[in-house]
Design a protein around this ligand. Structure first.
Ligand SMILES: Cc1cc2nc3c(=O)[nH]c(=O)nc-3n(C[C@H](O)[C@H](O)[C@H](O)COP(=O)(O)O)c2cc1C
Length: 343
């Protein structure tokens, strides 16, 4: 009997995820492999049955067998199914991730494969079903959050697994550093930002003592690095050449629009291609002596038009979305050609 588990992080509080997952009959709202679904009973409680319609026109039913709202766990059994399996039982568990606004979702399934069917390919198909469900739920949560936040650019923004977050800055782009404290938001440009560690992901950025953004980071304990696009060349140069200390309205003058990700009180710049929210790892010696700030990445997102499946896809995306790389004196390069090593 194959017994499969798919565990992944969702950048959303456990309670918010659970309110969606527990609506047993509404899975079609977020699972890309299900075109319609409904509950064949008044309420979703243990024993109730949902009917699922697949894009192929086939229909299957699943009975809710476990519903534990306090533990945020539900389990179900497949009853009528066109799949070549029997005794199919599955569960979903949503648990908070300490010190973050994210949660861990564990999807499990076990089943017997009918005689004559290849067990390994059936296990792969079910793993894909669990994975697609997880990604569909992430997209659904994000579009919900972004529309609640009134952010129009939402549909392209997708969460990036923290284990892949380092890839967002590995190519050395110029970044925008943003921070908030005491009702004050600010953004500056930084060329000296890079990855420091994979797990948990960490980044470094050099922030000079003359930058007004620095005090906001030190006081709030948080900052964001985001990757401006070729489209934002002038904006990047403007926030890198004017200090908020001289022009309190610098963000308006530079054309910066801010938004937030729910659960994080850190301002983010609209129109970038990726965003990393970082918790400051306070190292007063490094900060004072080298202007070097270290942050642990606690949330990561990217524009899915240009970053997909853990990889930048600049060659397929509109040129306006390319990252920019600072030299000096107002000169930048946009990212160029992709190359792969030969084996
Ligand atoms: C392209 C570019 C890259 C920059 N890189 C850095 C950097 O890595 N570190 C830094 O401290 N300042 C850097 N600066 C300068 C700051 O962005 C600049 O001091 C800014 O005005 C600070 O804004 P604030 O005082 O409002 O925080 C850069 C400026 C530009 C234009």
């Amino acid at each position: 009997m194959p017994s499969l588990e798919y565990t992944a992080i969702a950048q959303c509080p456990a309670e918010a995820v659970w309110t969606i997952v527990e609506r047993f009959g509404d899975i079609a709202e977020w699972h890309p492999g299900i075109s319609a679904s409904c509950l064949i009973s008044e309420r979703a409680d243990a024993g109730s049955v949902r009917e699922l319609h697949l894009p192929t026109g086939e229909v299957l039913t699943e009975r809710l067998t476990v519903l534990e709202p306090k533990q945020r766990v539900l389990g179900y059994r497949m009853e009528i199914t066109p799949l070549p399996v029997e005794n199919y039982e599955a569960s979903v568990s949503v648990q908070p991730l300490s010190d973050t606004a994210a949660c861990v979702i564990t999807w499990k399934a076990r089943f017997d494969v009918l005689a004559g069917i290849d067990v390994a390919s059936m296990a792969t198909a079910v793993t894909n079903l669990l994975r697609d469900g997880h990604h569909g739920l992430e997209d659904y949560l994000l579009s919900d959050q972004l529309s609640a936040a009134g952010f129009a650019g939402g549909p392209h923004i997708t969460p990036v697994a923290l284990s892949k977050a380092y890839r967002l800055i590995n190519h050395g782009p110029t970044v925008l550093v943003s921070a908030r404290h005491g009702g004050c938001d600010n953004v500056m440009a930084a060329a000296w930002a890079c990855g420091l560690d994979f797990e948990p992901p960490k980044v470094t950025v050099v922030i000079d003592k003359i930058a007004a953004t620095r005090a906001l980071i030190e006081r709030s304990g948080f900052f964001a690095l985001q990757i401006p696009t070729q489209n934002q060349l002038d904006l990047t140069y403007a926030v890198g050449n004017t200090s908020r200390a001289q022009d309190p309205d610098k963000l308006t003058h530079a054309g910066v629009e801010l938004f937030e990700m729910p659960g994080f009180d850190v301002p983010l710049v609209e129109g970038c291609s990726a965003w990393l929210i970082c918790k400051l790892i306070n190292e007063p010696h490094n900060q004072e002596t080298y202007d070097l700030f270290i942050g642990e990445v606690v949330g990561a997102w990217a524009d899915s038009r240009v970053f997909q499946d853990g990889h930048w896809r600049y060659e397929q995306a509109p040129p306006a979305l390319r990252s920019i790389h600072y030299i000096a004196g107002g000169q930048f390069y946009a990212i160029g050609q992709s190359m792969n090593v030969t084996d």
